[in-house]
Design a protein around this ligand. Structure first.
Ligand SMILES: [Fe+2]
Length: 341
């Protein structure tokens, strides 16, 4: 069993990161250079020149090609070497691996495994980052931990009550039981927690202006291995959505995470918070950016500690799971099966 699920789409970065030159990023252990050619085409190539292994990401984008900054070998977006200084003929083996790459909304997605399988697999939908009616903020963080620890963290939000108190956590989160389920056909793990008549944490009260007691729904949809969406609904206590699905008295946020392994012991966390209210209020975006960056930093700090603890242990250690872990355990199991396949 390999350490990574490779036949899957992973968030690799933001389109804005390739605006002014090549981007070097390691995904699932592979060093990759991402660049946008002058025609707008996006490429993802192995970040090593075939000649002397110099990283192509240190070179220059010229037209729709990238030129190695060491000896000038030049590659097109498919990874084929198209020119070598000083000789017109060179072996056809002068090419580097190219990876399927797709840009959807603000995110760049990459496929590490069998390229033939990429064409028949859709990038998981995340319309809140590109549809009208939503406004989002986002950023990314690198964590010195295995990706499974970030999945554990996101599937069990009871930690909000402790690690994120004063931001998104209130005591009721950990106190409210969850339902978890798996939709094998759609490949989705779900965890639902519906809190009734609870305190509204600052993340939601300050951004939306809602005051007083609320009903707070947390509906997680995780599409292993990469895309995690928390559907967050906040409404005055007792207010339910209409029978036609409209829900005008509630506010909704979609908290998205792209969980992307960098190496076996480090992980990229691409995150975004989309909202369906106060769309023209810049200060709400600024406030949510500040809050979400702080919340993610709390998780990053905790997971960095946890990875060190786990890496320092040898032999069997006890790990006790309780009811709130059911969603996380299902996710672990799905990921294990995907790795075995
Ligand atoms: Fe957290």
């Amino acid at each position: 069993m390999g350490p990574f699920v490779t036949n899957a789409w992973y968030v690799a970065g933001w389109g804005t990161e390739v605006a002014s030159g090549p981007l070097a990023r390691t995904i699932c252990g592979d060093p990759i250079v991402f660049f946008r050619g002058e025609s707008g085409s996006l490429a993802a190539l192995a970040d090593r020149c075939v000649h002397r292994r110099y990283p192509l990401s240190l070179g220059l984008v010229k037209g729709d090609t990238i030129e190695c900054g060491y000896h000038g070998f030049t590659y097109d977006c498919s990874g084929m070497c198209v020119s070598v200084p000083g000789q017109s003929k060179f072996p056809s083996t002068a090419r580097v691996k190219s990876y399927p790459v797709v840009e959807q909304g603000p995110w760049i997605w990459v496929w590490i495994g069998d390229p033939d399988k990429a064409s028949s697999t859709e990038v998981p939908k995340h319309p809140w980052l590109y549809d009208v009616g939503w406004r989002w903020i986002g950023n990314h963080a690198s964590i010195n931990c295995r990706s499974g620890l970030l999945v554990d963290n996101l599937m069990d939000l009871s930690h909000e009550s402790y690690l994120h108190a004063g931001y998104i956590g209130t005591p009721e989160v950990a106190q409210t039981p969850i339902d978890s389920s798996i939709d094998d056909k759609a490949g989705i793990v779900r965890v639902n927690r519906h809190m009734h008549n609870v305190e509204c944490p600052p993340f939601y009260s300050k951004s939306s202006g809602i005051s007083g007691r609320i009903d707070r729904w947390q509906d997680i949809e995780y599409r292993p291995p990469c895309l995690y969406v928390l559907h967050s609904r906040i409404a005055p206590t007792g207010v339910l959505p209409n029978s036609d699905g409209s829900d005008p008295d509630a506010i909704h946020m979609k908290i998205l995470y792209g969980v992307t392994p960098e190496t076996e012991n480090s992980t990229w966390n691409f995150y975004a918070v989309a909202r369906d209210f106060s769309l023209s209020d810049d200060w709400v975006s600024e406030f949510l950016t500040e809050m979400q960056d702080a919340v993610v930093k709390q998780d990053v700090d905790a997971l960095n500690v946890l990875e060190k603890v786990i890496a320092s242990e040898s032999g069997q250690v006890q790990e006790l799971s309780i009811k709130i872990d059911t969603g996380g355990l299902v996710a672990r199991n799905v990921l294990k099966k995907m790795r075995e396949r």
